[in-house]
Ligand binder design. Structure first.
Ligand SMILES: [Zn+2]
Length: 377
């Protein structure tokens, strides 16, 4: 996965991290770099780059009264230009021909279907939010991009030609064409492959493992979307895991992520690992664990600040701990809704032990994160 410079890193990361939270046959790899100016120059898009990215005024070649002006450098990239960009990228990073390169871009490439050899491992994912989509919430945006990218991998593997890659008549298949914003929630909930597509999958000998992985991801998207649409219905605790990248996920809800600031996350994971409960007065005994955990979860700030912040948490003369505990709890409520949130909040009366009430058997913490704790290796 690589992005063109205008695509926000946050969007790129969100989609990547969501996709890679599902284990399976496909290994998602995120490019550290984007395309450079020199890449655009190499494929003959210097003018485009300058007018698009550097806001260089467009030169008017010809204009007469009452007629549309003709511009010299209003050259919009074609699909083949993207293909050339991909080639440069493959060579630079050393990516083999079998790996699929998917470009995330806001640039509206000119689609050309004639003389187009589509038997290649390459795809363009348009991230631009058009008029219709603006009212759409951020989460739907991430899920829809993830859905599109996943089904795109399948279409590439199926060797579908662009003009015939979608079903014009919707049949509940992941390859249905999206007609407008009103169809998007339906499309996102689709995790089926129709008979016609199944035949192609057989013919192209696409492995079951790959199909299973794709369906797992699409299923995750559907589950997460349904959960968000019905927000409050879950009254049972669900399993919670902290993965190797220290992300807090609810696997049965389509890997729904609980997003927290590093300090909140530190407190949350700390209590998640101490289901026996720990009172505020005993918390100082775990200073070392808190320091290590906070260090692990907040790589950006210097050691000195890590220590100072944890000292503030443990300071009995201030309300720092209880204020942050309340804020953490409201962040969880906001993301999960009640009653589900009640299982994951740090609860307890002052002077008694505080604890998270999710049953211990539903908690999985990756060894990478656990290494911050005293009794773990
Ligand atoms: Zn189909």
């Amino acid at each position: 996965m690589i992005r063109t410079p205008e695509v926000k890193n946050e969007i790129f990361n969100n989609v990547y991290e969501f996709l890679s939270s599902f284990p399976g046959e496909i290994e998602f790899v995120k490019s550290v770099n984007q395309f450079y100016k020199s890449d655009f120059e190499k494929v003959g898009l210097t003018d485009f780059y300058e007018s698009y990215y550097l806001n260089k005024p467009i030169e008017v070649l010809y204009s007469s009264p009452g007629e549309e002006p003709i511009f010299s450098n209003l050259h919009s990239p074609h699909m083949r230009d993207f293909l050339k960009l991909t080639k440069i990228y493959r060579e630079r990073i050393g990516i083999d021909d079998k790996s699929i390169v998917i470009i995330l871009t806001e640039i509206n490439a000119v689609r050309e279907y004639e003389n187009w050899n589509w038997d290649m491992n390459f795809g363009i994912l348009t991230t631009k939010i058009s008029g219709d989509f603006i009212e759409f919430k951020e989460v739907h945006y991430k899920l829809s991009l993830a859905h599109e990218l996943t089904s795109m991998i399948l279409r590439i593997k199926m060797k579908l030609r662009p003009r015939h890659s979608f079903h014009k008549k919707p049949c509940g298949c992941i390859n249905d064409y999206l007609f407008g914003i009103k169809d998007l929630p339906i499309k996102l909930r689709t995790a089926d492959i129709c008979d016609e597509c199944c035949d192609i999958i057989d013919r192209e000998k696409i492995s079951d493992k790959l199909i299973t992985h794709i369906l797992d991801i699409l299923d995750g998207i559907r589950t997460q979307l349904l959960f968000r649409m019905k927000f409050n219905r879950r009254i049972q605790a669900v399993s919670i895991s902290v993965n190797e990248n220290n992300k807090i996920l609810l696997p049965t809800l389509g890997n729904l992520e609980i997003k927290l600031t590093p300090l909140f996350k530190t407190l949350f994971i700390f209590y998640l690992n101490h289901t026996e409960g720990i009172s505020f007065s005993d918390l100082a005994k775990y200073k070392d664990e808190l320091n290590k955990l906070y260090r692990k979860l907040n790589k950006r700030i210097p050691d000195k600040e890590i220590g100072l912040t944890i000292d503030m948490v443990l300071n009995k003369d201030t309300d720092f701990f209880s204020i942050n505990k309340s804020r953490l709890n409201s962040a969880i409520t906001k993301q999960l809704g009640e009653p589900l949130a009640s299982f994951y909040k740090i609860s307890g009366k002052p002077r008694e032990a505080f604890k998270i009430n999710v049953p211990k058997e539903l908690i999985t913490i990756h060894t990478n994160t656990l290494s911050a704790f005293r009794n773990q290796v």
